[in-house]
Ligand binder design. Structure first.
Ligand code: 5AD
Length: 354
């Protein structure tokens, strides 16, 4: 099993021949543990309203240049039925932390989606209270995504200034979600100003300790309308600054696969932003087994600008045939059904046997 030092060593590796070995190992472990299926998650960005001040995120509450929106329940249900008819197995409902998306509103939405489609529902609505999470699970939600962003608590505090050091809240919530029966996803950003190689090694180790069902690790992309992204703030001066590069992301994905063999790991959208032509395929060939096409309609997709450079070219919905062909081109198959993580299935098999 990889330890912290070995992980760190690999993160700093630059020799192409050695790296080819890493990609190969990760790809082999991926094939053995989760097979050749790639699971799609249809991402629906239901609101870009957010009460938080995160210094890296373009949707932070102080950014007055954002055109804010919240999709109506009718529009969400219409889009969800399209997603279902296109052949997706999962919808991800994502938004900023928006008080108007209250417990009952979201619960009703979940119930209506569950009664009209066969879709698995992933929620990504930020930090909420426990009663919200409990209610949504009872309404039929299957999964919850909440990234811990960085395992370095000092760095976490620096980039979430107005909320203080609530890193522990996130970890407590992740525990709670697991106990509540959700499939739990988390993850972190790569290349935040002030983030070191040791930090990324710790992030990977933390993912293993948390025993997650899904892990997303994507590059940090500076947004000009944020404090971190504005000029002069690209680094806190740490000489061991980890780059927010494609290569660093691929190394991280590969190491995550080696450390957490049966977990769902997406090729993140942020990776595709850094490398529009090959990012997705490269991620899938270095350990990833999931990706999340954005099906938010225009102009909302453009207004959900967490980071700049989102792929906005195509306003229509993705064609699963095209995706299937692209996957077959790299020797992979399109997953059918909800794509429950093997990790979650195994944990539950153990619980049932106990
Ligand atoms: N670059 C990359 N990822 C970002 N996120 C937010 N801002 C950025 C950025 N500038 C990610 C965070 C957060 C999610 C909403 O998007 O991981 O959890």
């Amino acid at each position: 099993m990889l330890n912290r030092d070995t992980i760190r060593y690999w993160l700093e590796e630059t020799d192409p021949a050695r790296l080819t070995q890493l990609w190969h190992q990760a790809d082999t472990i991926r094939r053995t543990h989760v097979g050749s299926d790639v699971h799609l998650r249809a991402l629906l960005e239901i609101s870009n309203e957010c009460r938080r001040h995160c210094h890296y995120c373009g949707l932070n509450v102080t950014n007055r240049t954002v055109i804010r929106y919240t999709l109506s329940a009718d529009m969400i249900l219409h889009l969800v039925s399209l997603i279902d008819s296109l052949g997706f197995g999962t919808v991800v409902l994502q938004s900023g932390e928006h008080p108007a998306l209250d417990r009952d509103t979201v619960a009703k939405l979940i119930e209506r989606i569950k009664s009209t489609t066969n879709l698995a529902i992933t929620l990504s609505l930020g930090e909420r209270n426990k009663e919200d999470y409990r209610t949504w699970k009872a309404s039929g939600a299957d999964r919850y995504l909440l990234k811990f962003e960085t395992s370095n608590t000092e760095l976490y505090k620096r980039v979430h200034p107005a909320t203080g050091n609530d890193w522990n809240n996130r970890l407590e919530i992740l525990d709670f979600l697991k106990d509540a029966g959700y499939e739990v996803g988390s993850g972190f950003m790569i290349g935040l100003p002030g983030q070191s190689y040791s930090d990324i090694a710790n992030d990977i180790m933390l993912c293993r300790t948390l025993s997650l069902d899904m892990i997303a690790a994507g590059p940090y992309i500076p947004h000009p309308a944020t404090l971190l992204g504005s000029e002069g703030n690209h680094t806190f001066g740490d000489p061991g600054q980890v780059p927010a590069s494609v290569l660093m992301t691929l190394k991280t994905v590969a190491l995550l696969r080696l450390c957490c063999p049966d977990t769902n790991i997406p090729a993140t959208s942020a990776l595709s932003v850094l490398d529009a032509s090959d990012g997705r395929e490269s991620g899938l060939e270095c350990g990833a087994n999931v990706f999340m096409p954005d099906i938010t309609p225009m102009p909302y997709r453009k207004w959900y600008e967490i980071y700049p450079g989102k792929i906005i070219t195509d306003t229509s919905l993705p064609d699963l045939k095209d995706i299937r062909n692209a996957l077959e081109g790299i020797g992979r198959t399109l997953g059918k059904g909800p794509g429950i993580s093997v990790h979650f299935q195994k944990q539950h098999a153990q619980q049932i046997a106990q």
